[in-house]
Design a protein around this ligand. Structure first.
Ligand SMILES: Nc1nc2c(ncn2[C@@H]2O[C@H](COP(=O)(O)OP(=O)(O)OP(=O)(O)O)[C@@H](O)[C@H]2O)c(=O)[nH]1
Ligand SMILES: [Mg+2]
Length: 235
């Protein structure tokens, strides 16, 4: 779970994940790794207080490197499980879908997406301009990754340990859309999509800005070139 100034929501999300993955539900055992970039609102301190009481939780407070995608990769590098799940901390992602994401990986998928475009999914109260921009971005992303996926812009997804290990030397931690890296690099992945309804940000403020869009455009170009070259080399 990457966090930057999410003090308003992090505890609620930790509670909800604990409920969604309680042993009584039959969900697999889990660890929760919070990767915080030295949030001025001290999200890391709140998370650490929970970790002190709960051995399943670990907190990384990074003081040098920054960025959502690099935080995700830092968490993955520490993770011990067979399935690696990424979820935002602002309650926009539905943690009740985590067991379905894990089950999809267990059933053989390389990547499983929480998808706003799959059955049962939706954009909820997403602002109209963001919905338009997101759909346009999704179309560009689909072309870049060359994989038929409904919601390549998702920040809520699971990756198998095998896929992670196969790609770990090639992943570029640029910007917000690390999922694209898992879709575009290496051999074409087997992808599952689990519908969920994108929620309203439940507190705190957005980190989405012009820099995020610029990084996305660079990623799309770079992944398109890398994939075409890779395919030619493999052919
Ligand atoms: N560690 C870390 N986490 C980040 C960084 N930027 C964003 N995040 C986290 O990544 C997640 C996604 O960021 P958001 O601001 O919610 O982005 P978004 O969902 O596209 O935008 P909204 O719909 O406005 O919430 C949240 O949990 C953020 O706290 C960063 O630089 N470092
Ligand atoms: Mg958000």
């Amino acid at each position: 779970m990457p966090t930057l100034d999410e003090a308003a929501t992090i505890e609620r999300l930790i509670d909800r994940i604990g409920e969604a993955l309680a042993p009584t539900t039959g969900a697999p055992p889990f660890e929760l790794i919070v990767v915080d970039d030295d949030s001025p609102d001290e999200t890391w301190r709140i998370a650490q207080a929970r970790a002190d009481r709960d051995a399943r939780i670990r907190v990384i407070r990074r003081v040098g490197p920054r960025g959502l995608s690099s935080a995700v990769l830092a968490g993955m590098a520490m993770a011990r499980g067979d399935v690696l799940v990424v979820i935002d901390a602002d309650l926009q992602h539905d943690e009740r879908c985590i067991p379905a994401l894990v089950a999809a990986i267990d059933a053989g998928a390389d990547v499983a997406l929480g998808s706003r475009e799959a059955e049962g999914g939706g954009y909820g109260p997403f602002a109209r301009w963001r919905l338009g921009a997101s759909r346009l971005g999704a179309e560009l992303a689909r072309r870049a990754v060359g994989v038929e996926v409904g919601d390549p812009m998702s920040g809520f997804f699971a990756v198998s340990r095998d896929r992670y290990q196969e790609l770990s030397g090639q992943l570029n931690p640029r910007g917000f859309k690390i999922l694209l890296e898992f879709l575009a690099r290496g051999p074409e992945p087997d992808v599952a999509e689990i519908g969920y309804v994108f929620g309203r940000r439940a507190g705190g403020t957005t980190k989405f800005n012009g820099g995020v869009v610029a990084a996305f455009v660079v990623s799309v170009i770079e992944l398109t070139v890398a994939r075409r070259l890779g395919r030619r080399r493999r052919a």
